[in-house]
Design a protein around this ligand. Sequence first.
Ligand code: GLN
Length: 279
Amino acid sequence: MNISDWLRHAQAVLTASGCPDPQIDARWMAEDTLGMSRSELKFESDRAITGAQQAQLDAMLSRRASGEPVQYILGTADFMGLRFHVGPGVLIPRQDTETLVEAALIAVRERPGAPAVLDLCAGSGCIGLSIASLAPRAEVTLADVSREALEYARRNLHELGAKAELRHGDLFAAVGREKFDIIVSNPPYIPRSELIQLQREVRYEPQLALDGGPDGLDLYRRIAQEAMGHLKPGGALFLEVGAGEAGAVLELVKSKLPCLEAGTIRDLNGIERVVFAKI
Ligand code: GLN
């Protein structure tokens, strides 16, 4: 069997199993297993694969066909041009969240010196560690209530060679009385009743990272309530929100913070994805 035979077979299996991106997933598994880049895979697709490689590829394929996210199978996810280690117990970084990071990065870079940045509900660390890597002047703290997630963040911190502090605790309880220039968060925000309707891949991810309470807004209420006590003068808060939640979260934030400026930012799909407030 050569590479293109396996890719064709994998795409047919994944399509039949209801996988949303059969071509991309088959290609990622092949690139990873064969140690080839995207263009090598394309231009050397008539290269034969060994029996051992095929066994490994087929094992991945059957996990993927039964619904496991491809990022858990590979153990990695790409985000902001960086590679993050992920697996069961931590949310997979989403491209939508790059909108949040880009907005926070602008605010971080506008500040002189070494701005203190807090990533609340940090999970794999994709937000805070992207900021630490792309704006190395920042002093980044990552906080999460899940020790399991923090272990992924710790590994990512080392593998990226970034500089950041890791803290364990429930929201702001993780950081005592510390204050920050920028607080950024992608908290769980799916309304509880919608959790069971999510695509099967998402059901492999931790509920803790997704469940936003009855209306999805529980964590925003707590963050809005406590943020003022953790922002330095002139500081800013950046929150990722679920589709349709921006209006309610913006009102919440405005009701709890004396905002100089507040608003929303759309993601690449045109969805209002980020709520920000500057005090
Ligand atoms: N964006 C994720 C999803 O749609 C949800 C992440 C979150 O709740 N913060 O599955």
